[in-house]
Design a protein. Sequence first.
Lengths: 268, 327
Amino acid sequence: MSTAPHTAPHSATPPSAHTSAREVLLRGKNITRRWGGLVALNQVNVELTRGQVHAVIGTNGAGKSTLINILSGEFPPSEGAVELMGQDVTQWQQPRRARAGLGRSYQRNTIYPSFTVLENCRLAAQATHQRAWLWWQSASACKVSTGIAADVVARSGLTDLQNLQAGLLSHGQKRQLEIAMCLATRPQVLLLDEPLAGMGAEETDRMLTLLNELKADHAILLVEHDMDAVFRIADRVTVMVNGSVIATDAPDAIKTNLQVQIAYLGEH
Amino acid sequence: MNIHSKSIFVAACFGLLAVFPLVAGNYGIDFVTKIMVYAIFALSLELLVGATGLVCFGQAAFFGIGAYATVLLSPQSDAPSIALLLPACVAVAAAYALVVGSLSLRTKGVYFIMVTLAFAQMAYYVVHDTPLGGGTDGIYLMMKPVWGSVLDLDKAASLYGFTLACLVLVFGGLAVLNRSRFGRALAGIRVNEQRMRATGFSTYPYKLAAFTVSGGIAGLAGFLFAVKDGFVNPEMMSWHLSGAVLIMIILGGIGHLRGALIGAFAFALLQELFKSEAIFGAFAKHWHLGLGLAIIASVVFLPSGLVGLPEQIKARLMGSKNRGAAQ
């Protein structure tokens, strides 16, 4: 087993020795979110580095999705700050963060069912290539967006299905398309909210292979309930309970962490 | 219906409209001119409701402002120039839409519906209660616009042709827009605005642009209506008309340009049908009731509108064929 897990309450920041040699792309500092009297997130720190999959696990209501929503700019934190590639983006709206390199996927499918697979990705690619003076230009005539879309469709293994209406895809293929749409915005950071939800074993394998390929160029935050998958792919794991971080460490260390076992995995 | 069938259908409709004056009398020409104006008006709302997912309940304000601008900006003694008056009316309606949109688009759902209604009612009371709009009596357009010696909209046939040309241009323009980068972004906003924002689209400017363009098109319809009738009154801005145009696109089928076209024709024809004393006798006085029932029936039995009717019939036939095979 590696070093003892970092178990200080309210802190998910890994020891600096872990990250100093790596490029930190996204940093959440002391993030707190209150909904009236309810504290959904309590002084959470998180760092995402290029080349790593950082999994966040916890029971329902632990604050995982709230964390993703705050990091992506869906709503602001009550306290704390978000830094994207060294720049404070706490006050930035979500679209600006997305254009700056922050991609996210949702728990539920958010694809455009009446568009084809390629059109879904082309629309996403268009976000980083908006040209107000070309408003009239046919979407399919935009070579840049189409090129990016074709590239991410291929990378996600959906080339054979690119002309199929997205609504007709299987659940697993829709989740792949979600990731492809994320990639079409050319992100540096990927915030993935339960990308494996509802997938079969084969589809999960395919998705994990894709995420493994992606992690070389991206910093990935993975919120996931499938523990087998998490421990297969994650380089770091953060465990959340009731809006607070109880541990952040390497997967093996998390498995043997007594506090985590009691709070989340169950004491055996 | 595939894209070729749709194109052929629309081309056939415009072709029929083009030859209609050759066989119709004055009443027919006037009636179809009115329907084409309504079709342009319905297309303006289709851009908001069908393409962008914004249910505006104050579209009559832009229509009425276009109509009032036509009268108020026309000189008393000379025939106004179409080349100046038409863009001015469209611009005034679009400018009001820009103001309304910039505020109302900060709200969502039912609040958006109510805010657009409130802005329309404000415009209504401005022309209803002030000398500017002539009060409940309305105001007359003294001279119909002309384009040099080429076009005189005082002639019913010229107005018919001009309205048809406007309809074709608006329809074609919106068809191009729907396939454009801008149109695809609007479609994305309609389906899932949250996703569009997460992808990197600042959705507010897109919605505001759509709202403004929609207001301008409604203003064009208002201009044509004022020119056709030579008269404007506050009822052109009332919520009844905003509701009527919404019913037109529901009747035709939301999300389809040809739905707006079909809906405008269906609505006007149903209105005429239920008003007909020859058919309904004394009950024709209560034509609102008949029209209302017809609309309720169409919503119940044609959930995709009239544009969905062929598919619905096809599905029904296939279903009965499959049941027959199974037995």
